[in-house]
Design a protein around this ligand. Structure first.
Ligand code: UN1
Length: 498
């Protein structure tokens, strides 16, 4: 059944002013239209931003623990509907059902976490230099946030942004990916059902990057959070700098796993399979490079290739499927193009490399899990984000060389090491130069109670999710307050002997 979606503006579900709709297709079978979504334009965005502005004062004055109660109720609803929502994720964006359910679980975890933050939102109180005076810092909202999200975690990533923005007292205009609009609408409906007042969360759908850029540059917006491709993120960075507007941008990755000669090779192979082919390689944290010590290189590649060949491709809703389809035809073209580039560059293709054309899968966006070895750091397949099931294996002759290869990337989101040497593992925590570092685990699977973000071109240095330095620091402004109750003029830095 095809769902007909609407925008949510000021508490009302509205058709786009253009009257035009786009289609969201099932990537496992492109003949199935999952949803028709509004193709919104500038006028719809104007209305949504105005609604968010209007709702801002009341929402920011609602005590944060009360805001948290709404998120708590949203968590309960998400939990009670996890199975159904997980299936929506799989149908609309293709990931296997266990991961579709994981997407919902990540949103549930974050809803509970941020509901709790409503009772903290900590600031500082510190002593003053002067008598009868006190000093504190508090958090205040920015106002209206524009949240622009991708399709690869179609519920979890919107949840990261929306819940954090809301608990800090901001109102929101949410622009989801046009490849996962049904997931977005379900999430928004649940927040509405949980008791969010009208106008606090507005949903505007649209095709292409243009809608997101109009929203991000809108004069009524106070801050922007974006997860998606590097070219769009970099354009938004320039726009935000021009407009002097806070921006969190999570962009690409070229995440590497370093496999040392003392590693548990079976564990490392499992890690590469999960990190490289989980979500069909469509995570910004995907393990797309593996740097293997030459002492175990050939043995490792042999095991990895055998394990990769045995992966079962298919529709995500079928229980035996281990690797689902890519998101759409553009994704297939891009991945196949990189595979051709790898071959032209002289990398050795061990397995995969083709689109699956068997009768059962020909209507979907299936590309075989692909392993290249003899990859050198200069090759494009070792440098550029592919966002698909392609793993490039490089080799190194020492820990130091391995670390240099891992770090020599314009991206710096996630990296990992497999080793049994505890001292080397501890050194790697220091030496691997990325926002996330994993020891004896692959580069994917970050948990929501810690900051999430990348170094260098992977992000804007404004981490998301939880922890002391996570999303709260981005979605709130810090106000420092000095209160003098001495009843006389006191001067900081200038002693009057009292
Ligand atoms: C992303 O791919 O954009 O760490 C986010 C992970 C997930 C989040 C990925 N929890 O792999």
């Amino acid at each position: 059944m095809t769902a007909k979606l609407k925008n949510l503006i000021g508490g009302k579900w509205l058709a786009p002013l253009s009257g035009e709709y786009g289609e969201s297709l099932n990537p496992a079978d492109l003949s199935e239209v999952v949803a028709r979504y509004p193709r919104s334009g500038k006028e719809d965005i104007d209305l949504a931003v105005a609604a968010a502005r209007e709702a801002a004062p009341l929402w920011s004055q609602l005590p944060a623990p009360r805001r948290g109660e709404i998120l708590y109720r949203a968590a309960e609803i998400l939990l009670s509907r996890k199975e159904e929502l997980g299936k929506v994720v799989t149908r609309e964006m293709g990931k296997v059902l266990s991961e579709g359910l994981g997407d919902i679980q990540e949103a549930i975890d974050f809803a509970y976490y941020m509901a709790g933050e409503g009772r903290r939102l900590v600031g500082e109180t510190v002593p003053s230099e002067l008598r009868d005076k006190d000093c504190k810092s508090i958090r205040v909202p920015h106002g209206v946030f524009a949240l622009i999200t991708p399709w690869n975690f179609p519920v979890a990533i919107p949840a990261w942004k929306i819940f954090a923005a809301l608990i800090c007292g901001n109102t929101v205009v949410f622009k989801p990916s046009s490849d996962a609009p049904l997931c977005a609408q379900r999430l928004v409906e649940i927040l509405q059902q949980a008791g969010l007042p009208a106008g606090v969360l507005n949903l505007v759908m649209g095709a292409g990057d243009a809608v997101g850029e109009v929203l991000a540059g809108h004069p009524g917006v106070d801050g922007v959070s974006f997860t998606g491709s590097s070219p769009v993120g970099e354009r938004l960075e320039r726009l935000a700098a021009e407009l002097h507007r806070p921006l969190a941008a999570e962009m690409g990755g070229k995440n590497a796993i370093l496999v040392m000669d003392d590693a548990d090779l079976s564990l490392a192979v499992e890690g590469v399979l999960w990190g490289g082919f989980g979500t069909t390689g469509q995570r910004c944290t995907a393990s797309s490079r593996v740097v293997v010590h030459q002492g175990v290189h050939d043995r490792f590649v042999e095991k990895l290739v055998a394990a990769t060949r045995s992966l079962r491709l298919g529709p995500g809703l079928e229980t035996l499927t281990q690797v689902g389809p890519l998101i759409n035809e553009r994704g297939v073209t891009k991945v196949l193009n990189y595979i051709r580039i790898g071959q032209d560059e002289g990398a050795h293709l061990h397995c995969g490399g083709e689109r699956v054309s068997t009768k059962a899968l020909a209507r979907g966006c299936f590309v075989e899990p692909t392993i290249f070895s003899s990859v050198t750091p200069a090759m494009r397949i070792a440098r550029e984000e592919i966002f698909g099931p392609v793993v490039a294996v490089l080799s190194c002759s020492s820990y130091e060389e391995g670390v240099d290869i891992v770090n020599a990337s314009r991206f710096g989101l996630s990296s990992a090491i497999y080793t049994r040497d505890v001292n080397r593992a501890a050194r790697a925590e220091r030496d691997l130069d990325s926002g996330l570092v994993y020891i004896n685990a692959s580069t994917i699977g970050a948990e929501i109670q810690l900051p999430f973000g990348g170094f260098r071109h992977s992000g804007s240095g404004r981490p998301e999710a939880g922890g002391r330095m996570g999303a709260l620091d981005f979605y709130s402004r810090i106000k420092t307050i000095y209160r003098d109750f001495s009843g006389r003029l006191q001067k900081a830095q200038i002693s009057d002997g009292s």
